[in-house]
Design a protein around this ligand. Sequence first.
Ligand code: NAI
Length: 257
Amino acid sequence: MADPSKQFTDRVVVVTGASRGIGAATALAFARAGATVVAGCPALDADDHRQAVLSWREGAGLAPEQVAPVVADVSRVEEVEAFYEVVENHFGRVDVLVNNAGINRDHTLAKMTDEEWRAVLAVNLDGTFYNCRAVLRLISDGGRIINISSMVAQTGNFGVANYAASKAGILGLTKSLALELAPRQITVNAVCPGFIDTEMTRGMPADVLNGYVDRIPVGRAGTPDDIAATVLFLASPGAAYITGQSLGVNGGLYTGD
Ligand code: NAI
């Protein structure tokens, strides 16, 4: 009988932004569940990010054929196209794409520069678009696309207009692409994490950070593993009838749609 803990055996899974945080936890969870994982890393500081993938792969006792770091800056269309050339040449197809790469450049709108606006839209929204479009010729029927959005796409927040706009854009992209790919039984969903303990949130001032955690009904910040578990569920056969949805994973911090 097949080992249920290895439910992604023979599946090729692409995770962007897999060097650390939510992306690394997700890539690791897929690899442990039997998948062959392509761990996307940005070309900016490429050596550091690629090395980070090699480090967590080694730390987890995984073999090189289970997790392959491949470099691309998701905000650069030519790098994303080249990334999928590599994926095609080495793996032939993609079964699951997780668009996780993301950045923030926080400022109130009055102080937000054009560069801060464009940088965040370019990585978070353009990057998701470029990956979705490029994967279309490689993704198998019955495949999965899971886009990491954010709770702030649903609620807004102080000082993050660029980030919230990029993440809300992902929700519209997700719903539209879900309709386009439904005839091929490919599902497209978004995950909206709340406050997750990663390097992205650790950069906040301690009083702001503690203020957020105090307001979370379940009484703790989320972990990258909380998000990874949700992504694996959406990628599993049991989620075949869920598409075009935005799933909040926020410890009760927001209970709306
Ligand atoms: P992180 O900063 O720890 O990791 C971000 C990852 O994105 C890194 O692996 C980095 O190498 C990659 N990346 C950044 N720019 C890139 C580019 N141009 N091309 C390719 N890869 C690039 O952040 P974290 O917290 O793990 O975030 C992962 C995703 O989850 C992001 O999309 C973020 O917006 C989202 N998210 C995080 C929340 C949190 O509380 N930490 C809450 C809601 C959403």
